[in-house]
Design a binder for this molecule. Structure first.
Ligand SMILES: Nc1ncnc2c1ncn2[C@@H]1O[C@H](COP(=O)(O)OP(=O)(O)OP(=O)(O)O)[C@@H](O)[C@H]1O
Ligand SMILES: [Mg+2]
Length: 234
């Protein structure tokens, strides 16, 4: 469904991705692991059209996404939940969610999408009028993911959603992400927390030296920790 073909990405003077290829399996949660500064966030920026490619191509099915920019990536069904649980703190939960469908002209369609997000995350239904800042960290993460769902995506990419959450909230987050898989979405989950990654994902990839060094079923990595250690260095 979403495919990067030999892409190359530079940030300033630094080459971050080099001969990077990845094809996401449709309807599957794929975890992306990699050390600090290995280019995980850059991968998501590139796949969502937010940074230019120096070489290579990106495809969403038969749609060429290379160089089309973020709007057309969203229109092709690619949603991106950025690192850092970004919500608009003073805006209501409802308005935070509706912001994800700001370009949808039909109010009926916006409300239908809102209902669908609330079916997925019913906890938010009772808190629609609260300011987002009044929610717990885990609920704010649901708002951030919910806003991405308001674009009616086929692919959801998430950048370290477990960062800064307490262990109890991480359990809730795992359910939060699993629900997306149950709904048939294709998910790319960037995680530093290997435990979260391999428990929630069916497939896992390791990013090393700007390219995908390993792509395996997640349970294989769970069984053979030495495999992961060899690539992640711990
Ligand atoms: N805007 C930028 N300008 C220049 N260099 C950048 C920029 N953003 C990132 N980089 C560099 O690109 C490399 C990859 O950064 P990136 O944020 O993609 O890594 P990451 O794997 O997401 O790291 P982290 O685990 O810290 O989130 C790093 O060396 C970083 O310093
Ligand atoms: Mg990052």
């Amino acid at each position: 469904m979403l495919k990067a073909d030999n892409i190359e990405v530079w940030r300033g003077q630094t080459q971050v991705l080099k001969d990077f290829s990845l094809e996401l399996t449709p309807g599957v949660i794929t975890a992306m692991l990699g050390g600090n500064g290995s280019g995980k966030s850059t991968t998501l920026y590139a796949l969502s059209g937010l940074v230019p490619l120096k070489a290579g191509q990106i495809w969403a099915g038969d749609t060429q996404l290379t160089g089309v920019g973020p709007r057309r990536a969203v229109a092709a069904g690619i949603a991106h939940v950025p690192q850092g649980r970004e919500v608009f703190p003073t805006m209501s939960v409802r308005d935070n969610l509706l912001a994800g469908a700001a370009t949808v002209k039909s109010r009926k369609l916006r409300n239908e999408r809102l209902e669908r997000v609330l079916d997925t995350y019913p906890v938010l239904g009772a808190k629609l009028r609260l300011a987002a800042s009044q929610l717990s960290g885990g609920e704010q993460q649901q708002v951030a993911i919910g806003r991405a769902l308001m674009t009616n995506p086929k692919v959801v990419m998430m950048d370290e959603p477990s960062a800064g959450l307490s262990p109890a909230l991480v359990d809730t987050l795992i359910d939060t992400i699993r629900k997306l898989g149950e709904d048939g979405l294709t998910v790319l989950l960037v995680e530093q927390n290997v435990g979260v990654a391999v428990h929630v994902a069916s497939e896992a990839v390791v990013l090393k030296a700007g390219a995908i060094a390993l792509h395996r079923p997640a349970n294989e990595l769970l069984r053979d920790k030495s495999l992961l250690a060899a690539y992640l260095g711990h």
